[in-house]
Design a protein around this ligand. Structure first.
Ligand SMILES: CC(C)(COP(=O)(O)OP(=O)(O)OC[C@H]1O[C@@H](n2cnc3c(N)ncnc32)[C@H](O)[C@@H]1OP(=O)(O)O)[C@@H](O)C(=O)NCCC(=O)NCCS
Length: 426
C-alpha cells in the first residue's frame, strides 16, 4: 500500500465510523482460497470502527453434501419447498460453513458469535405450493445484534432459523441479509459471491439506480443466471427498504472488498437509492479532482489545460457530479450576460464512468441552470468531441460569428479552430 492509497482510505474513515455494514457471503465464498484474506479485510474494517455483521449462505455445501449422501434436494437455495431430508442436509451444511467461518475469523483475530437472532415462521402455501420447512423472517432481534456489536463481537448469521417453539426452517441467505440490513439500519449491504462473473454480464453497469436495476431485471430475466437475478432482486428490495447502497462483489478478485469500499473507482457493481448521485456547485476542495478529470482529456487534446488558479478564479462557474462522495464528472458554465449567452465548458467524465449517461446529465444540468437564469443561448467549443454535442446533447453547428465578442477574440487567439456548437434555449 502506498501513502496515496492510505490517504484515500483515511478520507472514508469518519464517514464509515460506527456505521453498520452487512456482509453477505455465499457458501462458495467460504470455500474459496481468498476467504482468509476477506477475514483480514473484515479485521481492517473492525479496526476502523465499522460495525460488521456477516450473513452466510450454504448453497455450494448443500449441493455437495446432497450429492455425497445421494439425497435429492427439494430446493437447494431456500426459495422453493424444503422437505425434511433437505432441511437435514441444510443443517449439516450450515454447521460446516459456520465452523469454517469462526475458525477463519479466529485466525484473523476477529471475535465472532452465532446468535439466535432471527424469528422465522413458515413461508406457507404460496401459489398453491406448500413450502414446508422453508421459512420467512418474521423478526430480527436487533437489540441482541447491537449488544454483540457494542462488545466488539461480530455476529455471524446462518440461513437456518427457528420459531418461538424451536422448529427449524431454511431461509434464503440473500433474503436474510436484506432483513438484517433493514432491521439494523445498515448503511451498506455487500453481497460477495464466487460464482457470478459480473464483468462478463453484458449491459450490467458498474452503478445502477434502483430503477435501472429493475429495468435490467426485466430485460434479462430469461437470460441471466439465477444467482445474479437473486442478488439484484434482493438489492432492489434492500434499497426500497432503506439501505442506501448495495455492492455486488466477486471474491475471486483479490482485495475486492477493500478496493470497492476505499477507492473511487471500485471493482464491483453497486445498486443505490435514487438521490445518491448528485450534481452540485464546485467547492475549493474539489479543484484537485477537477484538475485530475481535465488532465485525462488534455492528454487526448479534448480539453484545454487549466490551472488551479484559473479554476479558483471562476469557481462559481464549475459544477461537479458526485457518486458515492467521489467527484467523477465536471462541467463549467461561463456566462456572457451582454449577449445572454453561456459557454458549456470543461465537460469531463472519469473514463471508468463513461457511457452511463453522466455526460448528458451534466450538459442537461448546465442547460437547466442557464434556463433558470434566463440565458438565451448555450454554446460550446470543441475540437474533438463536437459529435457528442450534436448527436447526444441537441446542439447544432454554428460559426465563430455566433460567439460573444470577448469570447471570439480568445477563440481567434487560441488558434485551435474548434467547432462552434450552439443550442437555443429561448
Ligand atoms: C464527452 C464525454 C463528456 C461524454 O461523457 P459520457 O458520460 O460518456 O456521456 P454519456 O454517457 O452521456 O453519452 C455517451 C454516448 O455519447 C457517445 N459519445 C461519447 N463521445 C462521443 C463523441 N466524441 N462523439 C460522438 N459520440 C460520442 C457515446 O458513444 C455514447 O453513445 P450511446 O449512448 O449511443 O452509446 C466524455 O467522453 C469525456 O469526458 N470526454 C473527454 C472530455 C471531452 O471531450 N469533453 C468535451 C469537450 S468540451
Amino acid at each position: 500500500m502506498n501513502f496515496t492509497n492510505l490517504r484515500g482510505i483515511l478520507t472514508y474513515v469518519p464517514e464509515f465510523r460506527e456505521k453498520i455494514f452487512v456482509i453477505a457471503i455465499d457458501g462458495a465464498v467460504v470455500a474459496h482460497e481468498n476467504f482468509a484474506n476477506l477475514a483480514l479485510d473484515l479485521a481492517v474494517l473492525r479496526s476502523l470502527n465499522v460495525r460488521v455483521i456477516v450473513v452466510h449462505g450454504i448453497g455450494l455445501q448443500v449441493r455437495e453434501l446432497a450429492q455425497e449422501r445421494s439425497i435429492p434436494l427439494s430446493s437447494s437455495d431456500g426459495t422453493g419447498p424444503t422437505d425434511t431430508a433437505t432441511l437435514k442436509v441444510c443443517q449439516a451444511a450450515s454447521c460446516q460453513v459456520a465452523q469454517q467461518i469462526l475458525a477463519t475469523f479466529s485466525s484473523a483475530d476477529l471475535r465472532a458469535a452465532l446468535p439466535n437472532a432471527l424469528v422465522v415462521h413458515p413461508f406457507g402455501i404460496v401459489g398453491g405450493v406448500n413450502h414446508l420447512l422453508t421459512g420467512r423472517i418474521e423478526r430480527v432481534d436487533t437489540a441482541f445484534l447491537h449488544d454483540l456489536l457494542d462488545r466488539g463481537i461480530l455476529p455471524v448469521i446462518s440461513p437456518i432459523g427457528s420459531d418461538r417453539e424451536g422448529n427449524l426452517f431454511r431461509v434464503n441467505s440473500d433474503a436474510v441479509a436484506v432483513a438484517v440490513a433493514e432491521a439494523v439500519g445498515a448503511v451498506k449491504l455487500i453481497y460477495l459471491s464466487a460464482e457470478i462473473d459480473y464483468a462478463k454480464e453484458a449491459d450490467l453497469a458498474r452503478q445502477l439506480s434502483v430503477s435501472e436495476a429493475e429495468a435490467f431485471l426485466q430485460r434479462h430475466a430469461a437470460t441471466s443466471s439465477a444467482l445474479l437475478l437473486s442478488k439484484l432482486s434482493h438489492s432492489i428490495a434492500a434499497c426500497r427498504g432503506g439501505v442506501p447502497r448495495i455492492h455486488l462483489l466477486d471474491i475471486r478478485i483479490d482485495d475486492a472488498l477493500l478496493s470497492e469500499l476505499f477507492s473511487q473507482v471500485g471493482v464491483g457493481t453497486m445498486v443505490y437509492s435514487e438521490g445518491y448521485e448528485s450534481i452540485r456547485k464546485a467547492q475549493k476542495k474539489d479543484v484537485r479532482s477537477i484538475l485530475q478529470l481535465i488532465a485525462q482529456s488534455v492528454d487526448a487534446a479534448e480539453l484545454l489545460p487549466r490551472t488551479r488558479q484559473s479554476i479558483l478564479a471562476r469557481l462559481n462557474d464549475y459544477y461537479v457530479l458526485e457518486i458515492d462522495r467521489a467527484v467523477v464528472g465536471c462541467v463549467a458554465l461561463h456566462r456572457f450576460p451582454e449577449s445572454s449567452q453561456a459557454e458549456v465548458a470543461c465537460l469531463s467524465v472519469a473514463r471508468v464512468y463513461e457511457n452511463q449517461g453522466l455526460g448528458r446529465k451534466l450538459v442537461q444540468f448546465a442547460q437547466s441552470v442557464a434556463r433558470e437564469e434566463g440565458i438565451r443561448q448555450l454554446f460550446a467549443l470543441s475540437a474533438r468531441t463536437y459529435n457528442f454535442f450534436t448527436q447526444k446533447a441537441g446542439f447544432r453547428e454554428g460559426t465563430p460569428d455566433d460567439l460573444p465578442a470577448a469570447r471570439r477574440l480568445l477563440y481567434e487567439q487560441s488558434g485551435r479552430r474548434s467547432k462552434v456548437l450552439l443550442k437555443q434555449l429561448f
